[in-house]
Design a protein around this ligand. Structure first.
Ligand code: DGL
Length: 238
């Protein structure tokens, strides 16, 4: 089983990428829809909610947990990996996303994300550990998650919100990174507004990296249930 965690439906976009590349495995998805959105909460609360979610999954028998949420990854992954669950496997989405920026040889990239991910400089700091010459512009789009959660993926309001935030990036950025796992739902509108940009989806990058991780770790691969099944768990009944 590969276990996924997100504040609600955003992580389903990551799960979708995993199932495309690795369809043979069994997956369990947990969405904390009772407490979404995380993106506008303070740092300590995001860390606490993420810790509780991951603990819940380990109590259910999880062996590998994917934090399919940039906000949760940005605020909690180091603490969870190094302090709270040092002997467990927890992976996030921000490192594969940042690595894609570096591997793409870009000189200026825009990151659209939640307020808290921007405040945390999740992508800027990570990229600059390797290459401080790459310019990273991080912009928050706080209206998007509530709109997407209410089922609005396209149309006038989404276009207006995206126009407003995309206009804040320098015109010469070469790529835009979808720094929230909810944003692939509005990807087509982003492509319409800025057709000149490469789009980086950390969910897709994470799935690719995970596939290669499993190839290098056959012992771990052997323990993951196969059958292509998916089970969803929600913290609030839907
Ligand atoms: N899907 C989460 C992310 O990737 C954010 C959603 C929320 O604000 O709860 O950042």
């Amino acid at each position: 089983m590969i276990w996924f965690f997100d504040s609600w439906i955003g992580g389903l976009t990551v799960l979708h990428e995993f199932r495309k590349i690795l369809p043979e495995y069994d997956y369990i998805y947990f969405g904390d829809n009772a407490r979404c959105p995380y993106g506008s909460l303070d740092d300590a609360t995001i860390r606490q909610y993420t810790e509780e979610g991951v603990e819940f999954l380990f109590n259910q028998g999880a062996t590998i947990v994917i934090l399919a949420c940039n906000t949760a990854t940005a605020h909690a992954i180091r603490y969870l990996q190094q302090v709270r669950f040092p002997d467990r496997k927890i992976l996030g989405v921000t490192i594969p996303g940042a690595e894609r920026i570096i591997e793409g040889w870009y000189s200026k990239v825009g990151v659209l994300a939640t307020e808290s991910t921007v405040r945390n400089r999740a992508y800027k700091d990570r990229v600059h550990i390797i290459d401080s010459t790459i310019q990273i512009q991080e912009i928050a789009a706080p209206e998007l998650v509530p709109l997407i959660e209410s089922g609005v993926f396209e149309g006038e309001i989404i276009a207006e919100v995206l126009q407003t935030h995309l206009a804040k990036f320098d015109t010469d950025i070469e790529a835009i990174l979808l720094g929230c796992t909810h944003y692939p739902y509005v990807r087509s509108t982003i492509e319409q507004i800025r057709p000149d940009l490469d789009i980086i989806d950390p969910g897709y990058e994470s799935a690719k990296k995970f596939a290669s991780y499993l190839e290098r770790h056959p012992d771990i691969e052997a323990k993951i249930g196969k059958g292509g099944n998916l089970k969803e768990i929600w913290s609030k009944k839907i």
